[in-house]
Design a protein around this ligand. Structure first.
Ligand code: SAH
Length: 215
């Protein structure tokens, strides 16, 4: 156990702080969430390495740096309601749960959602709601959201996310081709929309009505 704690602290130092992640609350969340619980047994020894890992069903848990970077972009202070598209392993969900008031997370693959739900429940996270379905439509009944984070690559910006973003809200989403995207941040203030393109990234495809049409 301690071994994982050491690995986690070293991951934060070498992969996050040295690469410029500054938000103390994000760094603390990354120090606390046990990434080893979100990967398959045979991957546990690799849980704190600097790359994504397979989680089954053709999906991956994102690289720790990408999780920290995307979370930092959301500028969470603790009282936000956040929508996450792509529950996957639930690791990013746990990091969000540490930093926001409520997390709403959607995955289209039922078994992944159920497995993530079980792990997050066992770890004692209480502020998360799960939905199985096409996350490209957002979660209308629970909107608006202060933050929307998409952990799969979209061909374009789904209009639903823009509509369900609260005033002052931030959307973080990889946009581009199926094999390569640009991490894009949208900030909505009144009628004003600021769009910023950050780093290049490689996510699995966002599949659905406002995403890619099939696997
Ligand atoms: N955040 C996850 C990464 C998961 S990989 C983690 O930390 O483990 C991306 C996930 O997006 C996959 O689980 C995939 O099933 C899901 N996904 C793809 N298209 C989707 C859609 N339209 N709605 C919801 N989830 C989707």
């Amino acid at each position: 156990m301690n071994n994982y704690k050491d690995k986690r602290n070293s991951m934060v130092e070498t992969q996050l702080i040295l690469r410029g992640i500054k938000d103390e609350s994000v760094l603390n969340a990354m120090r606390v969430v046990p990434r080893d619980k979100f990967v398959k047994t045979k991957e546990k020894n690799h849980a704190y390495e600097d790359h994504p890992l397979p989680i089954g069903h053709g999906q991956t848990i994102s690289q720790p740096y990408m999780v920290a970077y995307m979370t930092e972009l959301l500028e969470l202070k603790g009282d936000e309601r956040v929508l996450e598209i792509g529950t996957g392993s639930g690791y990013q969900t746990a990091v969000l749960s540490e930093l926001a008031k409520e997390v709403y997370t959607i995955d289209r693959i039922k078994i992944l959602s159920e497995e993530a739900n079980a792990v997050l429940d066992e770890l004692g996270y209480k502020n998360i709601r799960f939905l199985v379905g096409d996350g490209t439509k957002g979660w209308q009944e629970q909107a608006p959201f202060d933050g929307v984070i998409v952990t799969a690559g979209a061909p374009d910006l789904p209009v639903s996310f823009m509509e369900q973003l609260a005033d002052g809200g931030i959307l973080v989403i990889p946009v581009g081709r199926s094999s390569y995207q640009v991490l894009t941040v949208i900030k909505k203030t009144g009628n004003n929309i600021i769009r910023k393109e950050c780093l290049g990234c490689m996510f699995v495809p966002l599949i659905g009505e406002y995403g890619w049409k099939k696997d």
